[in-house]
Ligand binder design. Structure first.
Ligand SMILES: *Cc1c(COP(=O)(O)O)cnc(C)c1O
Length: 397
């Protein structure tokens, strides 16, 4: 009864929260108000790439807060200049716009594509997105998303989004007409249950979009910043997109996101795009710290080694418990349960496990998703597997 001392009724009830309050965190561990520890394989939905409250981020926030927090996006500041240069030199893109959330970066991508269509393609405005995709919770990004039932929520939708099927190139081709300005997708559909785009499909998308003068937008809010084992997931598909969005991991826990594009697509004019907190030095300074660590020698190498270990252990667990296997890319993985298993029940039992709880996520009933810190240790992977195995067995009794 950790929340009974507090008046939680003042908070809008937007999700069914468990009756516990987290009071502190360190690396892959969280602690609640009763002092119980939890091994965290969610990390704020793939946000805390270095885990909870890493020293590097604490120091950066401390140092930057003594210098400058927010002079206004209408002036240059050093950390945002540095972070934009580092993103450009680490990717195929030339220009960066900073925002505060993944949805806001995607809104920017949609606006940029429409602006480009107005100027360069006779007012083309239609954007092809994928069924079951997730691009955020603003009106336009909900309209872009292919989540079931979302087309009826908050109707009317923002116009101009047409849904194709991931890994079905014909379904994309069928939707293309003269008014199509862009194709937008996640290279690994995270919320849909860690569903990977085929390499061949993505290469065909790139080829067709180039032939037809259509922009290719990758939403790397979840897959970017080392999550899939390369700095950006598109690098594993041997393509160069025109536009990319980043969120989640780029701020390592603080609100930061980015919209990146190639030089010739950077068509915003003065007044088209902005925002009070965009590119503020407090958050972009943290972004600099994060990208420097991800780019340091051997960091991504060790992420890949540990992702291989996680994948192997999940496969062995699947064999032992008669599950249907596992899939994923890097540190974004899913364990596919059996039809008779109950993902949400397993999530709850894992959280309530004693003496230490385990935080995992079940975006679909037959699936458990793992998004640990990129610096998770092998020991912690073993602890996770150990708790999960006991919990799955117990959930079946
Ligand atoms: C989480 C997510 C978003 C939305 O990001 P917010 O910061 O919650 O607005 C958009 N796209 C993808 C692929 C995501 O995983």
């Amino acid at each position: 009864m950790q929340t009974s001392k507090y008046n939680t009724k003042s908070l809008m009830d937007i999700i069914n929260r468990p009756d516990l309050i987290f009071v502190k965190g360190h690396n892959s561990w969280l602690e609640d108000a009763d002092g119980k520890s939890y091994l965290d394989f969610m990390q704020g939905w793939a946000v805390n790439v270095l885990g909870h409250c890493p020293n590097e981020i604490k120091e950066t926030i401390h140092k930057q807060s003594e210098l400058l927090i927010n002079p206004s996006p209408a002036f240059y500041n050093l950390p945002s200049i540095q972070l934009s240069s580092k993103l450009v030199s680490s990717s195929c893109f030339d220009k960066v716009f900073f925002a505060n959330s993944g949805a806001e970066a995607n809104e920017g991508a949609i606006k940029l594509a429409r602006k480009w269509g107005q100027i360069k393609k006779n007012g083309a405005y239609k954007i092809i997105t994928m069924h079951n995709s997730f691009h955020g919770r603003t009106l336009a990004t909900m309209s872009a998303s292919g989540k079931q039932g979302w087309d009826k929520k908050f109707a009317p939708q923002v116009d101009g989004f047409y849904k194709a099927t991931l890994n079905n190139i014909e379904s994309v081709i069928d939707l293309i007409d003269n008014e199509t300005v862009a194709i937008m997708l996640e290279l690994v559909q995270g919320e849909a249950g860690v569903i990977l785009a085929d390499k061949l499909f993505v290469r065909e998308l790139r080829k067709i979009s180039q032939e037809k003068n259509i922009l290719l937008i990758v939403d790397e809010v979840q897959t970017g910043m080392g999550r899939t084992g390369s700095l950006f997931a598109y690098q594993q598909f041997n393509i160069e997109p025109d536009i990319m969005t980043l969120g989640k991991g780029i701020g390592g826990g603080v609100p930061l996101s980015a919209l990146l594009c190639k030089k010739n697509i950077s068509v915003f004019e003065y007044g088209d795009q902005g925002g009070t907190y965009n590119g503020n030095p407090l958050c972009t300074a943290v972004g600099v710290t994060i990208i420097d660590i991800l780019n340091s020698p051997n960091f991504l190498n060790s992420v890949n080694l540990k992702a291989d270990k996680l994948s192997l252990e999940l496969n062995l667990l699947a064999n032992r418990l008669n599950l249907r296997g596992e899939r994923g890319l890097g540190m974004l993985r899913a364990l596919i349960l059996n039809e008779y298993d109950d993902g949400p029940k397993i999530v709850e039992m894992a959280r309530n496990y004693n003496p230490q709880g385990l935080l995992i996520n079940s975006p679909r009933k037959d699936l458990i998703r793992f998004m640990p810190a990129l610096n998770i240790t092998e020991d912690e992977i073993n602890i996770m597997i150990n708790i999960l195995e006991k919990v799955i067995i117990e959930s079946r009794l």
